[in-house]
Design a protein around this ligand. Structure first.
Ligand code: F6R
Length: 370
């Protein structure tokens, strides 16, 4: 049933191109329309939204962080992301015009469910992004957009994460279109690029052998690994670190690259590999150059660098001890390709240490206690 793979996790990583395609199917038409009639929130409800909260736990919360960048940029609606376990205990300000998006693979995570109930009591509208049909979170929500990742068996989430990100893009684009946000060239480009993402994820998967070698040869003895990124690369760094700690039991932390000098850089030494997620050089602002400076900073302190960067980005070459290429992708969509090598890396380090990749210690697939 593992389809020839050693682990369910490897099979699920390999399914990601299909999962991205399935989650888009029928919802993004050939003419570039977003069709989300299944989401039972009226256009009027969506026009009335003045504020969005995304609530989730773990990997699903990182999908939410990525969504925040897309939602605010495309819709101009203020959006906050919060860990479900924190949200409900701090008296958040919500009302009828607040849209709460609860993201959960299992649909049974108790912290997310309790946060959702709290939001409902305050009359917020609740939209679930969920992978499990008929589970509790979508049942208690006003509306649901299902991810189509299929059953995820490995405890560590991979394909569900990519599906959640895709679902978030669809919701953000739908909100923008319903609210009549000017559909500029950038958004048209995004819609076209979204269609190409299954192929790009596939391309990444085809080039993973060097990542596996790197994991075995250079990371299985590491005591600590740091991940850095900016913008959407920051939640990707957090996700890469979470995968490595939960699967390989290595102390791994993700940082916003700009925060390094405010403390974390003290952790860097020769025996601390740093994984850097580099944004597209074609992106806006000076993000790309900023991340390169951060890579130089850690290298100057002796760290070996594993750099995830776009094809054709030559500026990174002098600063990468190991270079992992991903296809060219607009900044906001890049997490769909940059996350994949980090999943493979964590899986391979864990396997090389002889650990149970599908069932890491102390973890459960569905966390139904608070
Ligand atoms: C990490 C992982 C967990 C889950 C979290 C939320 O690989 O799988 O962090 O993402 O427990 O679970 P769901 O999405 O089912 O609410």
């Amino acid at each position: 049933e593992k389809g020839g793979y050693d682990w369910f996790m490897l099979k699920e990583i390999a399914e990601q191109p299909a999962v991205v395609a399935d989650t888009l199917r029928g919802r993004l038409t050939d003419t570039g329309q977003i069709v989300l009639d299944e989401v039972r929130l009226s256009d009027q409800d969506l026009r009335d939204v003045t504020k969005i909260f995304i609530i989730a736990c773990g990997t699903s919360a990182y999908a939410g962080m990525i969504a925040k960048y897309a939602i605010e940029h495309w819709t101009r609606i203020p959006c906050e992301v919060e860990l479900a376990s924190e949200f409900r205990y701090r008296d958040p300000v919500l009302d009828r015009s607040t849209l709460v998006i609860a993201i959960s693979q299992s649909g049974e995570t108790m912290d997310t469910l309790m946060a959702l109930r709290h939001a409902k009591d305050q009359h917020a509208r609740i939209l679930a992004i969920c992978n499990t049909i008929g589970s509790t979170i979508p049942r208690e929500s006003d509306a649901v957009l299902y991810t189509r990742a299929g059953v995820e068996i490995a405890v560590a989430s991979t394909k569900a994460f990519l599906a959640q990100i895709v679902a978030c893009y669809l919701i953000a684009l739908h909100l923008a279109s319903v609210r009549g946000v000017k559909w500029g060239d950038e958004v048209s480009l995004i819609v076209n690029q979204l269609r190409e993402m299954p192929g790009k994820v596939d391309q990444v998967l085809d080039t993973m052998q060097p990542v596996r070698d790197l994991a075995r040869e250079h990371l299985s003895d590491a005591r600590q690994v740091l991940f850095i990124g900016r913008h959407v690369g920051f939640p990707v760094a957090l996700e890469g670190a979470l995968k490595l700690k939960e699967l390989a039991y290595i102390n791994a932390e993700g940082f916003a690259a700009g925060e390094l000098k405010h403390g974390p850089i003290a952790l860097i030494g020769q025996d601390t590999p740093v994984v850097a997620i580099v944004p597209s050089p074609a992106g806006r602002d000076s993000l790309h150059g900023k991340v390169i400076s951060n890579i130089q900073e850690v290298r100057a302190r002796g760290a070996k660098t594993i750099v995830i960067a776009e094809e054709g980005d030559e500026a990174v070459v002098p600063f990468a001890d190991h270079l992992v290429r991903v296809p060219r992708t607009p900044t906001l969509l890049a997490p769909l390709v940059t996350t994949v090598p980090l999943q493979v890396l964590a899986c391979e380090v864990a396997a090389s240490k002889g650990l149970d990749v599908d069932q890491p210690r102390n973890l459960a697939k569905s966390v139904t206690v608070e």
